[in-house]
Design a protein around this ligand. Sequence first.
Ligand code: UD2
Length: 351
Amino acid sequence: MSLTIITVMKKVLILGGILMAGILGYFHLPHTNKLSWQPISIPYISQPSCQPIRQTDLNETFSVLPRMSYPQPFVDKPQRTDVLLVSPWLAPIVWEGTFNRDILNAQYRQKNFVVGVATFAVKKYVRFIEGFLGSANKFFLSGHRVNFYLFTDHPEKVPSINLAPEKRLFIIPVQNYSRWQDISMNRMDIISNHIHSHWRYEVDYLYSMDIDVQMFEHIGVEIIDTLVGTISSWQYTKPRDSNSYERHPESRAAIPHGEGDFYYAASFYGGSVSEVYKLTTACFKGVTEDRANGIEAKWHEESHLNKYLLYHKPTRLLSPEYYWDEELIRPRIIRVKRLSSVRKDLQEVRF
Ligand code: UD2
């Protein structure tokens, strides 16, 4: 009998314990659950944290495109089927036949942008100024505002060229270096410094271009975007592991094996002023760190540019039409040669 009472009491105690745990749990769990359903209180932000809107952006809201007549686009009729039109990160690749220049010009005119072009003619490279500026005056962003910033150690040798009214030339003296590689690499530093001191107040977009080139066809607003790289004419069909990336891990320009998108030419890159500032500052930091370790990347600043554009994907890619090397035989997919290198005797011109 007493054994039965003890057993019953034990059961009551156990059941009571379970009941108590349940009641405590009930009050505890909803409390924690409730927290996760509470609306998150956001501190009141009195100052806007974003960039102020430019006046031109505001004006744009009220502007409309003029009526235009052009062939209708169809989603099942791609403009080109022989080339890649978009990168895996959805950046357009610009090829002849893929855009309508009239539409682009009409859109761009509403923004009234100024584009800067930084180019260097140091030592014997002054001989390329006339061909560069003469052809750029005709073919580069024709009808749009462009500031050419020409860095040279021989300002007195700059030929006088009649530029279109919307184009301006600024001649900026620069020191020379005994090694041509240093002239080429230091461009990144000089561009970065000038963006900081001047260009961020003067231009909306900035492009860096080699001087030993000539333009043969229009290079228009199809090149304008936030971060723009040009696919090298030497390496546009090569598998990534045979591209000329810097592969030695000691260099800051190193790209590990198995990585790489396209091989980009340092002869022509650009974008918004802020993006080009970030690019040139980062690349020159890499050059400086390599120098401190006694290293020079395989293709100088071009190697650093390739590393940068691998990990900061360009928003637009220019096909090899935008830098075609004269030494190459032009295949059918390169329908136009917009810009091309000028043949030069390397031994003679660099020393
Ligand atoms: C490639 C790149 C170039 C640069 C170089 C570095 C392409 C098409 N071009 O061209 O951008 O990365 O490799 O190895 O990929 N310069 C002078 N005076 C000199 C030497 C150079 O002003 O004595 C300037 C000039 O603006 C020239 C640029 O530096 O256009 C690049 O030099 P390059 O054209 O001789 O280099 P290159 O042809 O090897």
